[in-house]
Design a protein around this ligand. Structure first.
Ligand code: 7TS
Length: 428
């Protein structure tokens, strides 16, 4: 395997040459959205300049090309996550829409007293839809506990999967868990959680929120044996406005459509409507055709670099950043710090943490930290990260958050450390 050439990769990302407040951009807000390589930007331009037209409607050449490109993108996504068939891949706007689609389309099968199980560390996208559904239908929303024992630094922020043995009961209908937490950076053992869910209650549905994981690691839905997987294109080099819902075909076939209108129908009469085949049954109206096609281009790019290589590169950066952050007595890290260096372990992803590091500097608000970072040209996020219930448990208003991707470098970690020194000087 050729050595990971981060400088070569960076050449594909024009935006990394931008100056922010006169300083070279250091982009460490990848958990919010990723930057886009020129291959993706070019593909979008090429689409609009050469085949732009509506899909599944015209018999003209452009429409046929656009339809074929859009369908091929579904196939690329299916291959990328190890799905059996392209029918199992539904394009949405983002992970949020995929999760809302599930809450809407599954709700008919739920009745008062049924239980939905999530964790304490979910993004609002995997929290509010279930909370509101539970209120409407008088369901019980339960939460798996996250280890928030500040004395247990190595395991802080981890999820003890054994608790699912008690939490999943005959009343449990839906279990929805993030694979990689967007605040604590924890990787949850979703394979084991799924096993417990299906063993305890074969009729319960297991959803994996892959918004943070699919972009950074190799995912195989068959190995995970999840019923559904949700993620967003924009966090994995693709444009905004394109997301994915993977679902097992037999389940998607039974579910009601999320939206009604054109393209999702087979036949409409004055009295009734029958629905189109998968995945179109769930893709009503003119979709984000360019977004779908360029998501395919983004996947080509990621595969060329190699998901294992990207994961290993980010692990190295994370390990280095954790080490450097540990130089400060007054910096609290909210997330596990145990690093598993067993690089040959196939399940490494299950034990490691991700390239997301939340931290606070004593008595300094996360927004102030992020503002001073910005003066250094460093983009990070400060705030509640759409996980307000978790912030309450952590007893903080927010955290500062660094998050890596394939183009980040150790020198950028050093710049972040210098920025922390500066923050401390200003607030001393
Ligand atoms: N699930 C997780 C775990 C996420 O981190 C996010 C977005 C979503 C779902 C929703 O994704 P969207 O593309 O539909 O918005 N997370 C973040 C974040 O951490 N900062 O900005 C967006």
């Amino acid at each position: 395997m050729a050595a990971y050439n981060v400088d070569k990769i960076r050449e594909d990302f024009q935006i990394l040459n931008v100056k922010v407040h006169g300083k070279p951009l250091v982009y460490l807000d990848n958990a919010a959205t990723s930057q886009k390589p020129k291959q993706v930007i070019d593909a979008e331009k090429e689409y609009y300049e050469t085949i732009n037209s509506n899909i599944h409607r015209g018999v003209h050449k452009l429409s046929e090309d656009a339809s074929a490109g859009y369908e091929e993108a579904h196939e690329k996504v299916a291959d990328f996550i190890g799905a059996k068939e392209f029918e199992e891949i539904i394009f949405t706007r983002n992970a949020t829409e995929s999760l809302n689609l599930l809450a809407y389309s599954l709700c008919n099968s739920l009745k008062e007293g049924d239980e939905i199980l999530i964790t304490q560390a979910e993004h609002h996208a995997n929290f509010v839809p279930w909370q509101q559904l539970a209120k409407q239908k008088r369901l019980k929303l339960k939460f798996a506990k996250v280890n928030l024992d500040s004395k247990d630094k190595e395991n802080f922020g981890t999820l003890d999967v054994s608790q699912f043995n008690e939490l999943v009961t005959s009343k449990t209908k839906i279990v929805s868990v993030t694979q990689m937490g967007n605040v604590l950076g924890t990787t949850n053992d979703v394979r084991e959680i799924g096993r417990i869910v299906h063993e305890n209650n074969p009729s319960a549905l297991f959803i994996v929120d892959g918004a943070q994981s699919v972009a950074h690691s190799k995912i195989d839905v068959k190995k995970l044996d999840c019923d559904f997987l949700t993620f967003s294109g924009h966090k994995m080099l693709a444009p905004t406005g394109i997301g994915v819902l993977y679902g097992k075909k037999n389940l998607l076939e039974q579910m009601r459509p999320f939206m009604y209108g054109g393209d999702m129908i087979r036949k409409v009469t004055f009295d009734d409507t029958s629905y189109n085949d998968l995945p179109w049954k769930f893709e009503a109206g003119t979709p984000n055709i360019a977004g779908g096609i360029t998501l395919g281009t983004a996947i080509d790019y990621l595969l060329k670099v190699g998901m294992e290589n990207i994961f290993a590169h980010e692990q190295e950066l994370t390990e280095y950043a954790l080490k450097r952050l540990a130089e400060f007595d007054d910096v609290t890290i909210y997330g596990p710090s145990k690093i598993d260096n067993n690089k040959n372990n196939e399940n490494k992803i299950l034990n490691d943490r991700t390239g997301i590091i939340s931290f606070n500097i004593d008595k300094i608000h996360a927004h102030d930290v992020a503002s001073i970072f910005d003066q250094h040209g460093i983009a990070i996020r400060g705030g509640h990260h759409c996980a307000m219930p978790l912030m309450g448990l952590l007893d903080v208003a927010g955290t500062a958050r660094i998050s890596f991707y394939l183009y980040n470098k150790k020198e950028e970690v050093d710049k972040a450390i210098d920025a922390i020194e500066h923050v401390k000087k200003i607030f001393a």
